[in-house]
Write a protein that binds this ligand. Structure first.
Ligand code: BGC
Length: 440
């Protein structure tokens, strides 16, 4: 009976995953809002770039500081802080009357996103029974993709009225819902254990109805304060998980997903979609396929395991990028259809592999005593790589041409494939404690 997924665990995972929804929404909404902010505030190119990049800077800072915060003050308190950051940032953005207010709002939202991208997978992983952990943690990615799709739809809907305030303001709804939901959830058993609160940990374990064996292992876990110190981060036992965690995070980004998510209309215009409208509807279909294929991943992740999905997915990403590059190089008739087709296939393969699994793996592989801080470093690597890719894509197209740029990303996918085959262990069905012992 204990193998059944308890409603409480599903509930807490959904409440936490709202942070993922806001992450997805906020990263994607700006492309639409920027067009109108530009007119409203008379933005220079530099100011436009700042509107986009202050969010990333906030995310980087929060990733680094957020890990210690989550280890020290708890996962639930960190979730609460993300909700508050999202609310304050959205409040500033919706009411902004100056560029400074816009930039401050974007920075605060960035802090929220950075913290959410760390603490949501962390919280869910520690709340989940091993058997269902892959699916539950991937609620986060599912929510990210819904957030992106919502942003595409809202951008489209408000584009005629040019109402950028509503584009930002929509984010109030999920942020308030999360804040209310947080009242009903507790911190994780692992965090309670790591702070010597065994009774509390047992209470939560009871509610999440974990198998007896998992309960016993957690009960026996003992962490002294000394062990949790920062120098543990550099201890040899954690070098291997660091390599995997940072590697998978960087590969999630440098295999190019966000050139599609952020620049899809541009790619489709390059491929010959004449009107902005047709490029935008093609972009909407990308958002939809991303959500749908993530549902397939939720279903497969604890059945097939992480490694097979990563291997199939990354191989598929490499193949579809190769076709995309080739369609640009030989300038085929009907190239726009091949382009849309291969971008769809590429996003589908990402959605069943690196999308959910990169976040999942980094929530699984680090020992409890340093988990938050170690994840923070991996998340920092993820956002830094994201920043570099988004900054360099258009320049690469200028230098290499569109076709060779996509082939460049094909090569990176092949490297990612090699990395996964050689370095990433299978974590399916193992408890976090078993994974920890594996490294030791
Ligand atoms: C990545 C984001 C990306 C999104 C697309 C996430 O896992 O971290 O950078 O935009 O997936 O679905």
């Amino acid at each position: 009976m204990k193998d059944k997924l308890p409603a409480y665990t599903v509930f807490v995972s959904i409440i936490a995953a709202i942070g993922g929804l806001l992450f997805g929404y906020q990263t994607a909404v700006v492309s639409g809002a920027l067009l109108f902010l530009e007119g409203h505030f008379d933005l220079t190119t530099l100011q436009q770039q700042l509107v986009v990049s202050t969010l990333l800077i906030g995310a980087l800072i929060a990733a680094i500081l957020g890990g210690s915060f989550a280890d020290h003050f708890g996962r639930k308190t960190s979730l609460l802080v993300t909700s508050l950051l999202f609310l304050v940032g959205t409040y500033l953005l919706t009411g902004a009357n100056s560029v400074l207010e816009i930039l401050t709002g974007r920075f605060i939202i960035g802090l929220g996103i950075g913290l959410a991208s760390l603490v949501v997978p962390l919280y869910i992983a520690e709340m989940s029974p091993a058997k269902h952990r892959g699916m539950l943690v991937s609620f986060n990615q599912f929510a990210i993709t819904i957030g992106i799709l919502l942003a595409y739809i809202i951008n489209y809907y408000f584009s005629s009225s040019q109402d950028w305030r509503w584009m930002f303001g929509f984010a109030f709804i999920p942020a308030v819902l999360q804040l209310i939901g947080l009242y009903f959830i507790s911190d994780t058993p692992s965090w309670f254990i790591s702070h010597g609160k065994k009774a509390k940990a047992m209470e939560v374990l009871e509610k999440t109805r974990r198998p007896k064996k998992e309960e016993e292992v957690l009960q026996k876990t003992n962490i002294s304060r000394k062990e949790g110190r920062i120098k543990e981060l550099f201890n040899t036992k954690v070098k291997a998980p660091f390599l995997v965690g940072i590697g998978i995070s960087v590969f999630q980004q440098i295999t190019g997903i966000n050139i599609v998510i952020y620049y899809a209309p541009r790619i489709f215009q390059l491929a010959g979609f004449a009107t902005a409208e047709s490029a935008i509807s093609a972009t909407l279909s990308i958002g939809i396929i991303n959500v749908l294929m993530t549902i397939v991943a939720l279903w497969l992740i604890d059945r097939l395991g992480r490694r097979p999905l990563l291997i199939i997915g990354i191989a598929g990403m490499a193949a579809s990028l190769a076709v995309l590059g080739w369609s640009f190089l030989i300038e085929l008739e009907g190239i726009s259809y091949i382009a849309v087709g291969s971008v769809m296939v590429y996003v589908s393969f990402f959605a069943i592999s690196l999308g959910p699994i990169a976040w999942l793996i980094i929530s699984e592989i680090f020992p409890l005593k340093i988990r938050g801080r170690a994840m923070g470093i991996a998340v920092f690597a993820n956002w830094s790589a994201n920043y570099i890719v988004s900054l360099t894509f258009l320049t690469l197209v200028e230098i290499l041409g569109t076709g060779f740029t996509f082939w460049f990303y094909t090569t990176i996918c092949l490297l990612a494939l090699w990395f996964v085959i050689r370095k990433v262990p299978e974590t399916k069905g193992k408890t976090l404690e078993q994974i920890q012992n594996f490294w030791e």
